[in-house]
Design a protein around this ligand. Sequence first.
Ligand code: 13P
Length: 244
Amino acid sequence: MRKLIVGNWKMNGLGAALGEAQAVAAGLGEAPARVGLCPPATLVERMARGLAGSAVRVGGQDCRAEASGAYTGDVSAEMLADAGAVLVILGHSERRAGFGETDALVSAKVEAALRAGLEPIVCVGETLAEREAGRALSVVTGQVRGSLPAALAGRDFSVAYEPVWAIGTGLTPTTAQIEEVHAAVRAELRAVLGESGERAPILYGGSVKPSNAAEILSAAEVGGALVGGASLKAADFLGIIAGA
Ligand code: 13P
């Protein structure tokens, strides 16, 4: 299966940045990978319009579990889909840590995404303190078990392993460390979802850049990458895609 490479723009990008998305689409050619871009909510609709007919799929970075209601400031999965999104990142560590998102809440958001027809990318990952305490595998497999609802069986989705200490730091785990966690995630996915857990790509995220992408993407059970900073510039993101 072709790798899935998704860019997470986080809270970056005004209208002028849409040119980068267009440049990604224009530069893909016979892309060796499936590609997605998740801009801030304000840009989802414009980016989706601009990329219509291209191979780049657009996604949101979060959604509320409810479809609508008195939730000032929030965006629902249905709203993202209505704006042209087909993907949504859920349970990112910046949401788990900054907004107190629990596995149960992430699981409810995944159900909302499926209800709206979005393909969820569910993020998991340990902190440095958890890794140093020898708890990386138990934390990550616990997040997989708690964040993935049974409703994912038979649906398209992916899991992104993003060690918190590798996000935005320039640090990356060794290939052996990535392979160890990805193997544990795969085993947990199989246990929770059976055959559907066998098919879902497991992405790696955390300081992926053009210079390390090929090595990371060739590691066992790495089905793609979730890219933050290096997805903001088309040249860098295309360089990562070229490593797939
Ligand atoms: P960086 O690639 O900037 O480390 O961010 C990774 C990430 O959090 C993607 O969701």
